[in-house]
Design a protein around this ligand. Structure first.
Ligand code: 8YV
Length: 341
């Protein structure tokens, strides 16, 4: 049974008369705003505890009453898919903190938040394992044709002949783009497959056991598979370009578990359809939940509906971290897992 918001140690004192925190008192309607929709259990708890209203990330048309309510909002709880734009921040004059469900916060305008002194938290670490497991699943699937051969069996094709031979994954050269928390969890798993790992980051990581390659094109050239684990946002926009895909080459495989925006999706579609690279495993897309039409019929691509962190256990941990960040902010104005803005 999941711990309800009200019984966690960090949240228990909220709203209790003898521990009155920073005014206006937490628990007042519209102190907390949901920008979502969010995970249903989290929604339930935010409604029960804070009577938190919900708006969409765009929130173009709101009733005057709702607009008035927004002027009292101190904390927004949102998810990586929605975030808080500068325009929405403008409608929230009392906003102090944004609590993001998910490690990625590229949908929130961090420059606007910084300027206004608005704090931001995310949910790092608790999802490393599941996202890394997803990256490995994609690699194995693309190399060994797991999804494609499943389709083959279901279509009754096995009775007319064997599925074509696939390619060995163990021992491949894997380039990790973004050796952060998730990238490191991926590297740890790849070692179990005797992969030769190297990585590209903005900067070399002192003491890393893996060779650093300071040019992404060069990393692609030296790798059989590239795994994208870099954070999304303006800095990483279309990092995986036509040139990088060209360097990866006709035997190369691309796996992306970070953000669709990190890959030039048009270039990727072209590379997959013309054989510039051999295959791809994608958990994320530029315009989710819309997936480029051209990819749907390709057998050399595995397409997942952004399920990297989507296990019962990890989502429960993410939800708890969101609630703990929220409680901490309302109690003492600090976040447990703040993002450095
Ligand atoms: C979630 C994610 O699916 O953490 C992230 O950045 O992309 C995923 O874990 C997403 O954040 C849910 O909104």
């Amino acid at each position: 049974m999941e711990t309800p918001l009200a019984s966690t140690p960090a949240t228990a004192p909220i709203g209790s008369p003898d521990t009155t925190p920073v005014p206006p008192s937490p628990g007042t309607a519209a102190t907390v705003l949901r920008v979502g929709p969010l995970m249903p259990q989290l929604e339930k708890e935010l409604i029960a505890e804070f009577d938190a209203p919900l708006i969409s990330a765009v929130a173009d048309e709101l009733t005057p009453e709702r607009e008035r309510e927004l002027t009292q909002v101190r904390v927004v709880v949102t998810g990586g898919r929605f975030g808080v734009s500068a325009a929405l921040m403008d409608r929230l004059p009392a906003l102090e903190a944004i609590v993001n469900f998910g490690v990625g916060y590229d949908t929130t305008d961090t420059a606007a938040a910084r300027e206004r002194g608005i704090a931001l938290s995310n949910t790092p670490d608790v999802l490393n394992d599941c996202v890394a497991d997803t990256a490995l699943s994609l690699l194995l699937d693309v190399y060994r044709g797991i999804s494609a051969s499943d389709r083959y069996v279901r279509a009754g094709s096995w009775t007319s002949g064997n599925f074509p031979l696939t390619t060995r994954f163990t021992g491949t050269r894997v380039g990790i783009v973004g050796l952060g928390r998730i990238g490191s969890a991926i590297a740890q798993r790849l070692q179990g497959f005797d992969c030769r790992i190297s990585y590209h980051n903005r900067r070399e990581i002192p003491g890393s056991p893996f060779p650093y390659v300071d040019s992404l094109v060069e990393l692609a050239r030296r790798s059989d598979a590239l795994v994208v684990a870099a954070a999304g946002g303006a800095d990483s926009q279309k990092l995986i370009s036509a040139e990088v895909l060209e360097a990866l080459g006709p035997d190369g495989v691309l796996v992306n578990i970070s953000r669709g925006s990190v890959v030039d999706e048009d270039a990727l579609v072209a590379a997959l359809t013309t054989g510039t690279i051999r295959g791809a495993g994608l958990d994320v897309f530029a315009d989710e939940p819309n997936v480029p039409e051209e990819l749907l019929d390709l057998d050399n691509v595995v397409l997942l509906p952004h399920l990297g962190s989507g296990t019962v256990e990890t989502r429960a941990d993410m939800r708890q971290l969101v609630l703990d960040n929220l409680a901490s902010w309302l109690e003492n104005g600090t976040l447990l897992t703040p993002v450095r803005l």
